[in-house]
Structures are given as C-alpha cells and as structure tokens.
Design a protein around this ligand. Structure first.
Ligand code: GLU
Length: 309
C-alpha cells in the first residue's frame, strides 16, 4: 500500500479518538487543542509523507533527550558518559527521582535525571556557547535553523521544582558536571525547541540514515553512536511503558509531554506523530495507536520475521 494512503487511513481511523488529557503543568502546553493531530514519515531517501496539522509547531520536551545524548557521546565518548549516566530501564515514570544506589548515577538518559546529567556534560566555554552548540546540533538533524520557544522555556524554568530537586541530588553524588543551574537551564532549553511534524520526522530519519540528514546530506552524528542512541530508546525511551512498546511495537521511540512521539526504523524511515492528549504514562494516545498500526501494517517491528528471507 502507498504510504500516503496508509497515513490518510490512520488519520481518519484515530481522528475521533477522544481519550487522554493534554499536559497541564504549564500554560504553554495546556493551551493546545486536543483535536490537533499530525502524522509524518520521512524515508532515508528523503521522501516526506505527511497528513493532518503539518504546519503546527510544538515543543520537543522529552523528545529532545536522545539528540543531546548523542551530542555528549560525540564530545566525551562512551566511557566518560557512562560514568555519569547508565543504560538501564527504570520501570518508573519520566520524572522519577531515584538514582542507582551503588553509583549515584541516573539510570538512563531518557528519564529527566539522566537528561539533566547529560545536559551538564555539553561542552562549551560558557552557557551561551553550550546553548548555541546544542541548538546547532538540533538544527542539523532537522535540516533548518530551529529556535527555542521563550514562554515555554520560562515556564519550565519557573515550575521545574522537581527537576531542580533531581539535579541537587545528582550534584550531591558528583553526577552532574559544572554549575547546576546552567545544566538545568540547558535542559529546559532543549525541552522548548520548536518543531513541526516534518522536522521531527526528518530528525528521526537522520538516525535511520547513519546520522546523515536525508535532505541536506549533512552529518548530524557520527555513525558509530547511532546504535547507542537507538538501543537506549528501545529499552528506556517510553519510560515505564518501554517493555510493552518494545514487545508490541518494536520501534525505538521517544515521546514528549507536548504530545509527540518519534521512532526510527533503521535504514528505512523516521516516523513522527503529534497529538496532545496523553495517557497515564505521559504518551500521546493517538500516537500509540498510530505506531501500533504502522508497525503491524508495514511490518516494522525490529524482530519481525519476514517471509521472503
Ligand atoms: N519538560 C518536561 C519535564 O522535564 C518534559 C517531560 C516529558 O516530555 O516527558 O518535566
């Protein structure tokens, strides 16, 4: 079946689904219309298929975490990053405050603790340089100059008490490098990067394509780190629903409280869904349905047994 026709079918199938709640912890997320719905697929050959509210912008939130993880892997190498952040699933929610008891490390870079530790490792002479470097990295994945949404950043900063608590705890264990507030600011900035569905599908497709943006052909990430990111996404990307996601959908994916989910089908495509209402685990309700059907209909599960082999 043609991809565009399939997207149309999925859009119509789930447009009327009215379950879940839009995130309410900051006004910038609460204002989103629950009816907004977009699906995008970018192939590794650079063909884009989109349906629904493709012009709508939304913030990356936790969808940013795999990319910053890639940035510090490149800057510091695997061993150094592993000293600060592990690769074990928590079985807990995104804002879990628990750290590995023996080492004091964050469990993995997909939960907030790990992502804040990762942000603290971004290199640069000062806060401005680190911020610029981070935004440049996101822009390379997207293939255009991305920007931060200032109101979202300011709200996250004002309301991020739990993230501050987590950062203090990690600082106590020396698991956060440099200035704690700077690490938090960088984390809030990465959460407030603005994208549309094509951007995020392109960012996903870049990871499906050896770290090379399929449109601009620019290298956003060294190929050797692609598998590090994807394996952590498969085991930890969907928080306390990661086991079910790996079992039922089998596409390394990452969600964000803005209502987006993106996933990577290595060597084939990047998939992105945006729809603000979330389930109790913080994942887009329509997003879960669309990913489930795409995995089944296009046989995208990483462990799918293909008949013609
Ligand atoms: N800004 C959110 C937080 O740190 C991101 C959570 C998410 O997207 O899962 O609480």
């Amino acid at each position: 079946m043609q991809i565009q026709a399939l997207l149309q079918e999925l859009y119509e199938r789930y447009q009327g689904l009215a379950e879940g709640n839009v995130a309410r912890y900051i006004p910038e997320l609460a204002r989103f219309d629950p009816k907004l719905f977009a699906i995008g697929i970018m192939t590794t050959s650079g063909d884009f298929y989109g349906i629904g509210d493709v012009e709508q912008h939304f913030t990356l939130q936790s969808m940013s975490k795999p990319f910053t993880y890639g940035l510090v892997l490149e800057e510091r190498g695997r061993d150094e990053v592993l000293r600060y952040v592990g690769v074990e699933p928590t079985g807990q929610s995104f804002n879990s405050i628990i750290l590995d008891e023996k080492s004091g490390r964050a469990y993995n870079p997909m939960v907030n603790s790990g992502a804040i530790a990762v942000a603290s490792l971004i290199r640069g002479a000062d806060a401005a340089e680190r911020s610029k470097r981070m935004l440049h990295m996101f822009s390379q994945y997207a293939g255009r100059a991305l920007t931060f949404d200032l109101p979202t950043f300011l709200s996250e900063r004002e309301n991020g008490h739990r993230n501050r608590a987590i950062a203090h705890l990690m600082k106590n264990f020396n698991m956060l490098e440099g200035d704690l507030n700077e690490a938090l600011e960088l984390y809030f900035q990465q959460c407030s990067v603005l994208v549309n569905i094509k951007d995020i599908a392109t960012m996903a497709a870049t990871l499906a394509h050896r770290g090379i943006n399929p449109i601009t052909q620019q290298q956003a990430l060294q190929p050797k780190y692609v598998r590090d990111i994807l394996s952590v996404m498969l085991t930890c990307g969907m928080y306390d629903m990661s086991g079910w996601w790996a079992y039922r959908i089998g596409i390394p994916s990452k969600s964000g409280v803005s209502g987006g989910i993106w996933g990577v089908v290595p060597n084939r495509m990047g998939i992105a869904v945006f729809s603000p209402p979330l389930n109790e685990h913080g994942h887009s309700v329509r997003g879960i349905q669309v990913f489930t059907d795409l995995a089944d209909q296009l046989r995208l599960h990483v462990f799918e047994v293909l008949d013609n082999l």
